[in-house]
Design a protein around this ligand. Structure first.
Ligand code: S3P
Length: 166
């Protein structure tokens, strides 16, 4: 494999679960950019947002993506906002194939509401916030090289097989 496979899409779309299984099947390394940011900062994403703000987090995200993408090819799962930044899109497109996990609002909400650890959803109306983010972001996610329609009834295994068939 010469290029990275980069999973993009909203929080709750299943990027980490699917990426882990995909990397296992392809026998390549799996990296999660959020986890790398947390390790490098020795803080959780929530703490980084609270202490240093979203702008700081976005700068770190671009640095980490640039580091991972210039390394050996593998499967990379990105945070939901990563692809929205033009600089990140050009980095990702230079080094990898982007795959958007397209998932509807109700499925996303069902998954994220169980354990709301996402700082962007710490609002009085988290489902409304999620809906607004979907509206803003879906046209931009739509610029990905490939789109995997996420079916709520799919197992991780089935979704990974469908991705490999794209
Ligand atoms: C974000 C999504 C999160 C994380 C941060 C911001 C976003 O990642 O990067 O909370 O802007 O949608 P996941 O998509 O892995 O939840």
């Amino acid at each position: 494999m010469r290029r990275h496979i980069v999973l993009i899409g909203m929080m709750g779309a299943g990027k980490t679960a699917l990426g882990t299984e995909l990397a296992r099947r392809l026998r390549v390394p799996f990296t999660d950019s959020d986890a790398e940011i947390e390790t490098a900062a020795a803080m959780s994403i929530t703490e980084i947002f609270a202490r240093d703000g979203e702008g700081f987090f976005r700068d770190r995200e671009t640095q980490i993506l640039s580091r991972i993408l210039s390394g050996p090819p593998g499967v990379l799962s990105t945070g939901g906002g990563a692809w929205i930044q033009p600089a990140n899109r050009s980095l990702i497109s230079t080094h990898g194939v982007s795959v958007w996990l397209n998932c509807d609002l109700d499925t996303l909400w069902h998954r994220v509401r169980q354990r709301n650890t996402r700082p962007l959803l710490k609002t009085p109306d988290p489902k409304g916030t999620l809906a607004r983010l979907i509206e803003e972001r879906y046209p931009i996610y739509g610029m990905a090289d490939l789109v995997l329609e996420s079916r709520p009834e799919d197992s991780v295994d089935a979704a990974t097989s469908r991705l490999l068939d794209l």
